[in-house]
Design a protein around this ligand. Structure first.
Ligand code: SAM
Length: 482
């Protein structure tokens, strides 16, 4: 659907007084968005990804303000690339990198993403925490969590627990957080470049419909954040009613001596200050520290971000601290001797390679793996914790694709190195005939890990045919489309 400048002019007319260059604003909204990807630094370095993207013809340009992220040539389809399908990189709109950059979660911390699906920002924070600590990714919508789970598996993330709950109503028992992200449901006006249909919906009434849940989510975030912690509130909309007005209401509720707006600024990324007043209302002091991102300033979508610091003093009882996973659920921790013997025998994966992780039997189908400093919520009961690593129901355990992507690069036995053509065949589940050298890398028919240029692609089954050995690809069907 193509959107005309006249339609945009009508839809957004009420923002004319607060946009510095109206013609440039409208012009930006009619152009397609440049695709942006970021490096999964748990798997490769940004310079490696940049070189590989260039080889694949994506013409990457590093983002000056966000290390490891690249803008690609207009019209590129990075979702189809092997680099995306095996979790070496993630695709995320440039402007939507801003909230997590400002949240700045640190390894070992406990962080809540209160409205997390489909999970771009959850993945971004979990990677930037180095697969340590705890991200609790919550959303009210079950189906939207599927995409989030897929992203976690593809990227090899173990430091995330997921919950499906109304974020406005999360219990105190979920525990205290060092940082909370409220990436609120909104009218999405700032996404008009990618979803032109929003232009037909937007308007004051539509924005006001969102205010109730936005304020309730932000209030809950404040209550669950530890004193001295940080809350980031963001939307992808221009409407001050969903942005400054929401932050203003919540800061006033708790008191300006308890919540302070910090500068939402990142060097190299142009933002405009939050509004001091709108429609006759004057907002709390410090609102200019919030950031408005207009599409024409950085050639992105539109966004609003406020960074709120919770004062260390003057609060009543805080939510409880939650112990690490092994203390919380000692009954679920598994020594898993048989499985470890299998991993050592088949893949040369030794117990030392699993130090820093805990194995859990959460469901019947197999073993989960999670970082040992992970502190999942006691309540609400998580829908997922860490990563399903081994299927254990069959006679021979089977490592999951997510598990192979995370640990495959340190495996030393039954690792088959693929050629470029074989890599492409593997990713569309075609059978591969092995060369004599590749056959030599297998100790016996059975499960193998396949790699390409030192990057694990997943698992396969090595079978003997009368005259040759073949690989049956076990790359998940659901991941083939990219
Ligand atoms: N942070 C996400 C990301 O980066 O992929 C995008 C979040 S999207 C802007 C807003 C999300 O809020 C939606 O997934 C929606 O299902 C969720 N949501 C709406 N009402 C909610 C509520 N009461 N509690 C929790 N999540 C809610």
């Amino acid at each position: 659907m193509n959107i005309t400048t006249a339609a945009l002019d009508r839809a957004f007319a009420r923002y004319k007084p607060i946009v510095d260059d109206w013609a440039a604003f409208l012009d930006a909204l009619t152009r397609p968005l440049p695709p942006v990807v970021w490096t999964n630094t748990l798997r490769v370095s940004p310079s490696t990804l940049e070189a590989w993207l260039a080889e694949e013809g994506f013409e990457p340009t590093p983002l000056s303000w966000y290390p490891g992220a690249f803008r690609l040539a207009p019209g590129s389809r990075p979702g189809r690339s092997w680099l995306y399908r095996v979790g070496v990189m993630h695709i995320q709109e440039e402007v939507s990198l801003l909230p997590v950059a400002l949240l700045a979660p640190q390894p070992g911390e406990r962080v809540l993403d209160i409205a997390a699906a489909p999970g771009g920002k959850t993945a971004q924070m979990a990677v930037s925490m180095g697969n340590r600590g705890t991200v609790v990714a919550n959303d009210v919508t079950f189906v939207r969590m599927r995409a989030l789970r897929h992203a976690l598996e593809r990227l090899g993330l173990v430091n995330v627990s997921t919950t499906i709950h109304d974020g406005t109503n999360l219990p105190r028992a979920i525990g205290a957080f060092d940082r909370v992200l409220v990436d609120a449901p909104c009218s999405c006006e700032g996404t008009a470049r990618k979803n032109p249909e929003v232009v037909g919906l937007c308007g004051l009434d539509f924005s006001l419909e969102h205010q109730g849940v936005q304020k309730a989510l932000l209030r809950k975030a404040v209550l669950l954040c530890r004193p001295g912690g940080r809350i980031v509130y963001s939307t992808c909309t221009f409407a001050p009613e969903e942005n400054e007005a929401v932050v203003d209401a919540v800061v006033r509720d708790f008191g300006q001596h308890r919540l302070r707006l910090l500068p939402a600024r990142v060097p190299g990324f142009h933002v405009s200050p939050g509004l001091a007043r709108w429609a006759g209302q004057t907002f709390v002091d410090g609102m200019e520290n919030a950031a408005r991102v207009w599409p024409h300033h950085n050639d992105t979508g539109g966004f609003f971000v406020a960074v709120i610091e919770k004062s260390p003093h003057g609060w009543g009882t805080r939510p409880p601290d939650v112990p690490p996973v092994a203390h919380l659920w000692p009954e679920k921790v598994v020594p898993a001797m048989d499985e470890r013997a299998f991993l050592a025998e088949r893949f040369g994966l030794t117990p030392e390679q699993f130090s820093g992780y805990v194995w859990l039997r959460l469901k019947k189908q197999g073993l989960h793996i999670v970082n040992d400093d992970h502190r999942p919520p006691p309540r609400p009961q998580p829908d997922g914790v860490g990563m399903l690593f081994l299927h254990t129901k069959a006679r021979t355990p089977k490592i999951t694709t997510a598990g192979a992507l995370l640990f495959g690069h340190v495996a030393t036995r039954n690792v088959v190195v693929l050629t470029r053509e074989q890599r492409d065949a593997y990713l569309v589940r075609e059978e591969i005939t092995l060369s004599p050298e590749q056959v030599d890398s297998c100790t016996a028919p059975g499960f193998v890990i396949v790699t390409y240029r030192g990057v694990a692609l997943g698992t396969a089954l090595c079978r003997r045919h009368p005259s040759r050995y073949v690989l049956e690809s076990l790359f998940p069907k659901g991941w083939m489309r990219g």
